[in-house]
Design a protein around this ligand. Sequence first.
Ligand code: PHE
Length: 448
Amino acid sequence: MSQPNDQWKTKIGFILAAAGSAIGLGAVWKLPYVTGMSGGGAFFLIFLLFTLILGTSLLLAEFAIGRKTQKPPIQAYKELAPNSAWHWIGILGIISSCLILSFYAVVGGWIITYFFRSLSGSLTDPAAGDYEVLFGSVISNHWEVGIAHFVFIIITILVVQGGIQKGIERVSGIMMPALFIIFVVLVIRSLTLDGAMEGVAFFLQPDFSKVGGDTILFALGQAFFSLSLGVSIMVTYSSYLNKQENLVRSASSIVGLSILIALLSGLAIFPGVFAFDLEPNEGPSLIFTVLPAVFSEMAFGSVFLSLFLLLLLFATLTSAFSLLEIVVSTVAKNHPQRRKAAAWIGGLGIFLLGIPSNLSYGLLSDWLVFGNIFFDNVDYLVSNILLPLGALLIAIFVPLKIKREDLKEELLRGSQLNHGFFNVWFITIRYITPIAIIFAFLDVLGVW
Ligand code: PHE
């Protein structure tokens, strides 16, 4: 059994921490640029459908595994399917988490750098006008982004070594509502820019002629990425949850919050893209060129930009905590004395793994594999291959290895929901989810 002080203090603490893991760069940085590169509204609509249907069902599946076993991933799979290879889902999740955190921390570093530059007012200074050039010059400044990357990892390590409850729960509780408020301010400013409506149309009006090759897989990967699914992180978090909480209600709040933030970020970014004649398909630099431009049009723009970056940094950190926590909990869940060493060794190892990603915008920018820089390759590998693969395995595992009655008991406990709901979920996880994922893989291989 886990120690009582190793559990979430309050129900809202668990929701905030799980939502804190979900909400981060996925919704704010990645979604806008992937939507921009994939033609806009149609992509966003497919992403929404995947989030609502596949995302929710998988989230519940991961919750059921974690809470039923109360164990970190590898042990959880071992308990449910002894003497089999299923625990490789947990190993795969840990590998994927390390890879995600490796480039996630690089972007976290960019945010730190931008935060300090915006404090000095230099980002929204109209003389700095060309925001694309500015971004290029910031991230090719190796020492600056290198140190910022390192600082990001150190903060992550320091919080995770403090343990699940003290570290994660406290930070998440303050940051989320604040982020929401400043987002609303930003959206209002974006929507009132000249030419804003073109951006809204790009974001929300589906044009299916733009859906091609990779779109479906990208949307699927994005849906899993932004809910932190497929890597067993939600298994880890729910393993710290007490038996009374209602999993369905928690899952719906998390999906709801994460869709809300996704909508807000699209409405904040795309009007800006069109109002300032920027390119929506610019890639990972998108928000770093659009945000300073939009804020520069606001009274006290650099104050608001600094505040926004600070809150985005918190959102990014709470996701990073979850990525390191899965590694740490694997060795330290029932051995608290190992936690500190695990956090440092894991965190510093991931920092080293991230260095080539960091350098791929400078020194290593000519090192292309499959025509892409290192950073983009790691992102593609994780988001479009490893996460959907992990999700597929979990969707196959849960109905196969946990008794239907046990699942029902785990999911319906403490809830008013009836068996109809459970049956819909069961069919979705057993048939619809795996078929959709396999379809997306085959589609990208050009099978039809
Ligand atoms: N969900 C996080 C985000 O959107 C990223 C993440 C992915 C975190 C997978 C954990 C696991 O920023």
